[in-house]
Design a protein around this ligand. Structure first.
Ligand code: TMP
Length: 208
């Protein structure tokens, strides 16, 4: 069994990741890949339960180190119990959010700092990183309007001020610059079809 392949989707609120994850999974399956989709924070029953606790207890208002420790607890469970096994079985994993979300939400916009995030990351999951990351870039005003329509109200980090969401956008662009080996910035204001095509092209060059 060959080594699998790990793809993550990243971006601010309402960038359209969910739709594109479904489309890419179907496409890669049609090409004969064994595909699994998953999401963070969560991905195992215990990790999902911890994230539900974060939501119920308004975790977005907690001290940022506490937020970071909780998401890395969920991430370690996900990596150890699920992702490493799927990769060893040769699967293509498509994950909605991964460590880049912590780098940007807690490290940059939340103010913990990237160095602290990297220290905690090393302790929890070592060098485990996606092979390929799509960063969905969109004006936060458009993204927030989309996700509010979807959720019928505000959810966790969505209720933060617009400056927080601008920091997320700039943070993601910085991450893309410092991790050019795996990160591709996608203009998420394009049509669903145009985004889908761009993602397929990048996958064809990197995976198939
Ligand atoms: P989502 O279901 O819309 O992706 O919501 C997950 C929320 O959690 C989103 O606001 C981003 C946030 N988040 C963090 O703050 N840190 C993390 O490490 C992850 C994975 C998500």
């Amino acid at each position: 069994m060959g080594k699998g392949f790990f793809i993550s989707f990243e971006g601010g609120e309402g960038a359209g990741k969910t739709t594109q994850i479904k489309k890419l999974a179907q496409y890669l399956e049609s090409k004969g890949h064994d595909v699994v989709t998953t999401r963070e924070p969560g991905g195992t029953p215990a990790a999902d339960a911890l994230w539900q606790c974060f939501i119920d207890q308004k975790g977005h208002e907690w001290d940022v180190l506490a937020q970071t420790l909780l998401v890395f607890t969920t991430r370690r469970l996900h990596v150890e119990e699920r992702l490493k096994k799927d990769l060893a079985a040769g699967k293509v994993i498509i994950c909605d959010r991964f460590t880049d979300s912590t780098r940007v939400y807690q490290g940059i916009a939340g103010g913990l700092g990237l160095e602290r995030v990297e220290q905690i990351k090393q302790m929890c999951i070592g060098d485990f990183e996606p092979d390929l990351t799509f960063i969905f870039d969109i004006d936060p005003k458009i993204g927030l309007a989309r996700s509010e329509r979807r959720n019928n109200g505000k959810d966790t980090f969505e209720e933060k001020h617009i400056e927080f969401h601008e920091m997320l956008r700039n943070g993601y662009r910085d991450i893309a610059n410092t991790h050019q080996d795996r990160c591709f910035v996608i203009d998420a204001s394009q049509s669903i079809e145009a985004v889908e095509e761009e993602i397929r092209d990048i996958c064809l060059k990197n995976l198939i």
